[in-house]
Design a protein around this ligand. Structure first.
Ligand code: GLA
Length: 371
């Protein structure tokens, strides 16, 4: 991080402090977090770093080292920066902190990262988490880690207009490398679970970039809300799709539109898969775990409809290969990455064969990252 620190000193002077937070890959539990459900992500070994030095006035000066771009704002009149989209993750976090009553002063902040962008690996949550850590320490705000995650979420929901859940910020802030983090997104209860060292998680990037801010994500959220509205008429205890079981869903099926019913079925079955996957992980049943990953992908592809041709090709390309136990799209979808559970000894062969199949079908070259 020397280059970032040197650049910060050269641009702003002072003695900056350095903070970082990782991206994430989700093993199973997709589009369940904003339905009060369960998720099972793990941090990846790629980070967003920020350097920060406080100021005496209310000016905020920002630079994105990787883009060589600069932005300048006033805390007292923070608004969305249409020219520098990256700056909004910092401004949105500062905005959320002030809305919660935390007192800030101006600051100079520089950003650098190696989490692939627009790939569904949560570079944005990593930046929000690094920024909230930086502001927490710099201005002695004394915020606990769960609230920090909710500040990042508030930035997404209110400042950026994406109705996302809590998973990404939660695992970026509280995950541990080499362990899966189970999160109950209603109660915030969470627990760490060691991953089996005989297997590697291979992330394959379709190189089709994903635009969450596009309306599709928010449309999925409102379809889930509609399902809850209708099902709760008969079952008043239902406050979120988390409260719906398969029997209730079958009973309400005819009252839901075909699309809304399938969206709800994905969430209900996916929550079940996360609980099953957690059990299998603790019992060392990695073949069972891998099977659930394939089931999850099918459900995201056909019921939730957030996959795309390239993601499907990548998952299908893993079928009948040696050493692979499971594969699925990970993150919001509409492009981005798949996550694959592969036996250690087969990793190189796996990447080579899938890359070839992917290129033959799409004429695109994938990128592979190991967790
Ligand atoms: C994005 C959101 C998360 C979650 C996933 C889908 O990463 O930020 O909150 O909803 O999509 O599981």
């Amino acid at each position: 991080m020397l280059a970032l620190v040197e650049r910060h000193i050269k641009s702003y002077g002072g003695e900056p402090r350095v903070f970082k937070a990782p991206g994430r890959v989700n093993l199973i539990g997709e589009h369940t977090d904003y339905n009060d459900g369960y998720v099972l992500p793990t941090p990846i070994d790629s980070f967003l770093w920020v350097t920060i030095s406080p100021r005496e006035d209310d000016t905020v000066r920002l630079q994105a080292m990787d883009f060589d771009e600069w932005a300048k704002h006033k805390l007292s009149s923070i608004s969305y920066d249409k020219e520098h989209l990256w700056a909004n993750y910092v401004l949105g976090v500062a905005h959320s902190l002030m809305r919660r009553g935390y007192l800030l002063r101006g600051f100079d902040l520089s950003i650098h990262g190696d989490v692939p962008l627009e790939a569904g690996l949560s570079s944005s949550a990593a930046l929000e988490t690094a920024v909230v850590r930086a502001l927490n320490e710099t201005f002695s705000l004394d915020i606990d880690p769960v609230e920090m995650a909710y500040i990042g979420k508030q930035c997404e929901n209110e400042f950026l207009g994406v109705q996302s859940g809590i998973m990404d910020q939660f695992v970026s802030g509280m995950g541990e490398y080499g362990k899966a983090l189970f999160i109950d997104c209603r109660t915030n209860e969470h627990s760490l679970h060691s991953l089996d060292p005989d297997y590697t998680l291979v992330i394959l990037n379709t190189m089709v970039s994903r635009e969450v801010a596009g309306s599709d994500y928010n449309v999925r959220k409102s379809q889930c809300d509609e399902a809850v509205r209708i099902i709760s008429k008969e079952h008043p205890e239902v406050k979120a799709l988390r409260d719906v079981d398969e029997e209730m869903l079958v009973g309400s099926w005819g009252k839901l539109s075909d699309v809304v019913a399938r969206r709800a079925r994905h969430v209900v079955t996916e929550n079940g898969r996360v609980l099953d996957a957690l059990k299998m992980l603790s019992e060392g049943d990695m073949h069972g775990f891998g099977g659930l990953m394939y089931d999850s992908h099918d459900s995201l592809r056909h019921d939730y409809e957030v996959s795309c041709m390239e993601l499907d090709v990548l998952v299908d390309s893993t079928l009948y290969l040696n050493g692979v136990l499971g594969a699925r799209m990970t993150g919001a979808g509409f492009g981005g990455c798949t996550v694959n559970l592969v036996e250690k000894d087969y990793v190189d062969e796996f990447i080579e064969l899938v890359s070839k199949r992917y290129f033959t079908s799409t004429e695109k070259r994938l990128e592979a990252y190991l967790v």
